[in-house]
Design a protein around this ligand. Structure first.
Ligand code: PBG
Length: 332
């Protein structure tokens, strides 16, 4: 018996057996809380994305089958992103408004063949612009023009909702877009279409693999700065202001992005709004875990599960994650 050590409180009592540890687990990650991002291609074949191991761009013809599989696994939501052919891109991204574009066809396909799937459709111009920015450039081509871009996003949102999306998800970070989109939807009788607002979206270096996946990476390889619209990673209070505004402007769900390296922001937003909170575990977060696992430096599944748990613990109700399907499969 130790003479110097006599703690009356021994926390290890509550960790002593698998039974008590299970009983006292505070939070969990369930497939129903996950949303699978899905890249859609015009081509007839699955296209692997080297920087996102295990994730393929999916042809339209295989989309419904994928959605049925996900539903069986307990995943009820997808976030589709189109990879637009280079020939259809332009400086102002008008392909976003073409009624038969890939994104709209994908939404119609899913709603027709797998209507139970909840679709969160991204609203931003980057898949459609030659420069890769989320909006339309100003006359000097030095920055994204806020108000012109908002007008384009409203039009895109109405088309997207008419195609059958359950939620439009503006990821552009323009000022005033939630209010404008809500008005546009309501004026077109789309009062039941929700808005998942990318409220606190940071100008992050972790979006690289996503830009490869949708083909918005610059050909020169130089990284594209979105610092005049996405939040400075150094700033915490700004994300609370963004969340308040989006809540006030009529968003139904608020989102923080990236997730795992912005857990403090998830907690802040959770505490500053009563709306449901989503967090986007972005492509770079997924790629990091996979790369380390490939080298044998981290265990893929336990690291994955812990990364998702941390995001839930920070306060996220929903998580967009490329791990959704694999996580749910391992649960079966
Ligand atoms: C663009 C958009 C981006 C992501 C989702 N929507 C990239 C960007 O802002 O450049 C990133 C998602 C990811 O990295 O997984 N509107």
């Amino acid at each position: 018996m130790s003479e110097s050590l006599d703690p009356s409180t021994r926390l290890r009592r509550l960790r002593a057996t698998a039974g008590i540890r299970t009983m006292l687990t505070e939070i969990s990650v369930e497939p129903r809380q996950l949303i699978q991002p899905i890249f859609v291609t015009e081509s007839e074949n699955l296209e692997p994305i080297p920087s996102l191991p295990g994730i393929n761009r999916i042809p339209l013809s295989q989309l419904a089958a994928k959605c049925h599989e996900l539903l069986k696994l307990g995943i009820h939501g997808i976030a589709p992103f189109p990879k637009i052919d280079e020939s259809k891109k332009s400086a102002d991204g008008v392909e976003a408004h073409s009624s038969n574009n890939l994104a709209l066809r994908a939404i119609r396909e899913v709603k027709q063949k797998c209507p139970e799937m909840v679709i969160f459709a991204d609203i931003a111009l980057d898949p459609y612009t030659t420069h890769g920015h989320d909006g339309i450039l100003n006359s000097t081509k030095t920055d994204v023009d806020n108000d012109k871009t908002v007008a384009a996003l409203v039009k895109m949102s109405v088309l997207t909702a008419q195609a059958g999306a359950d939620f439009v998800a503006p990821s552009d970070m323009m000022d005033g877009r939630i209010n404008a989109i809500r008005k546009g939807l309501d004026e077109n009788g789309l009062t039941q279409t929700g808005i998942l607002a990318y409220s606190a979206k940071f100008a992050s270096a972790y979006y690289g693999p996503f830009r490869d996946a949708v083909g918005s990476t610059r050909k020169s390889g130089e990284s594209l700065s979105k610092a005049t619209y996405q939040i400075n990673p150094a700033n915490r209070r700004e994300s609370i202001r963004e969340a308040h505004l989006d809540d006030f402007e009529g968003a139904d769900i608020l989102m923080v992005k990236p997730a795992g390296i912005y857990l403090d922001i998830i907690r802040d937003v959770r505490e500053s709004s009563a709306l449901p909170i989503a967090a986007y575990q972005v492509s770079g977060e997924y790629a990091q875990i996979h790369a380390a696992a490939e080298k044998g430096w981290l265990n893929l599944k336990t690291t994955r599960d812990e990364s998702l748990l941390a995001i839930r613990r920070a306060g996220a109700d929903l998580i967009l994650t490329y791990f959704a399907e694999a996580f749910a499969k391992d649960r079966q």
